[in-house]
Design a protein around this ligand. Structure first.
Ligand SMILES: [Zn+2]
Length: 380
């Protein structure tokens, strides 16, 4: 059920999932303060509202966000997807994804049948909008980042088609738009009365994919923009999530700017940073009140790779508007074995991924626990 209404020339979308989550999304740059609240408005706390008396037995509000890395349902996966259908990639993971009231991923490539391929690039991706967007929604995704180095693979037209397909499927998006102001706009979602803002930035080339004041593209992660955008979003939301497309492909070593920008985001009010682009896992850092996942690796991705073989689904729990716990559930994403269908790992294979994450995170001063093959980090 996706009721759409128009308010003052702007389209507002109200998305009600089977889990009872309310998602408010805006396709054009809004002023969040004027955001007309949906029917569930009484459950939303405004910064100036006086909290109603709460019975002592009322449990603290807890919400969970599931997050994965790169998603691209095209390329070399196309023959299998045509054969097995576009729900096939998510069959082994959707039960885990749906543990999140909010489910996030990085959509690496436009959903379009049109546009012209970018001539300057070695790899250009696209996938069919009428197949991929509904499949993502059925798998539980309700927000994706478009801030990456493939969003304009089929030009501004491809981005327009992508946004239209996501709108139609009721999936929110952040990090790309018809101009820089739009690309920098947060997406506000409401889950069980808790307002969560998402922002997304790309730190990856090609430079011509970065939006300008009058040019379509992705939001580049200028430090001053990140600082201002996160602080502004935090003033409107209980929780701010920031996604970055960054780092080196196939490398676990972090670039200095990743650490600096992630900490800027947390210091400016973000609760968590979700990174991607390296296609493999990078470390996790607990930093002040927040958590930084430097790279979530591949999720369902249409290419064969000998390096992108292991990944994870992150489950982040928030209580009383604060990040409380992270679980990283190991996945096999080696397409020569799983054929574009990420599969949860168990036993020694899961332990190996947890051990790898522990090692990467230890060098960032963060100790992850191994709880039955799941990497766990609890807030201090
Ligand atoms: Zn990328």
């Amino acid at each position: 059920m996706i009721p759409i209404r128009q308010t003052g020339g702007r389209w507002w979308r109200l998305l009600v999932t089977a889990l009872g989550v309310l998602c408010v999304s805006c396709a054009t740059p809004p002023v969040p303060r004027s955001l007309p609240m949906p029917d569930a408005a009484p459950a939303v706390e405004s910064p100036i509202s006086i909290p109603a008396p709460v019975a002592a037995s009322t449990p603290p509000k807890e919400i969970r966000i599931a997050a994965v890395g790169d998603i691209m349902l095209g390329g070399t996966a196309t023959p299998e997807l045509r054969k097995f259908g576009y729900d096939y990639p998510f069959e082994k993971t959707q039960d885990i994804l749906k543990q999140g009231q909010i489910v996030f991923g990085n959509l690496e490539g436009p959903l379009t049948d049109a546009g012209e391929p970018a001539t300057s690039k070695q790899y250009v991706f696209r996938s069919p909008p009428d197949k991929v967007a509904p499949a993502l929604a059925r798998a539980g995704f309700n927000v994706v980042s478009l801030a990456n180095n493939h969003t304009l693979d089929y030009g501004p037209e491809g981005l327009v088609d992508t946004r239209a397909a996501l709108d139609k499927a009721g999936i929110g998006y952040v990090g790309a738009g018809r101009n820089l102001a739009e690309a920098r706009q947060p997406l506000y979602m409401v889950a069980d009365g808790v307002t969560v803002a998402f922002l997304a930035y790309s730190l990856t080339f090609p430079q011509e994919f970065w939006a300008g004041s009058d040019r379509s593209g992705t939001a580049f992660g200028h430090e001053r923009h990140v600082r201002a955008d996160v602080a502004a979003a935090r003033a409107q939301a209980d929780i701010v999530m920031v996604s970055f497309h960054w780092g080196q492909e196939g490398k676990t070593e972090l670039r200095d700017y990743q650490v600096e920008l992630a900490r800027v985001a947390i210091d400016s009010g973000a609760s968590a940073v979700l990174g991607h682009h390296p296609h493999i896992l990078q470390g996790v850092e607990r930093y002040n009140h927040g958590v930084i996942l430097y790279s979530l690796g591949n999720f369902a991705f249409g290419s064969f790779s000998n390096t992108a073989t292991r990944s994870a689904i992150a489950l982040l729990t928030f209580r009383d508007k604060r990040w409380r716990e992270l679980k990283m559930i190991p996945l096999n994403v080696k397409n020569a074995e799983v054929v574009f269908q990420p599969r949860p790992l168990a036993g020694p294979e899961a332990a190996e991924v947890v051990g790898h994450l522990q090692q990467l995170s230890q060098s960032l001063g963060t100790t992850l626990e191994n709880r039955d093959g799941v990497a766990v980090l609890v807030a201090e």
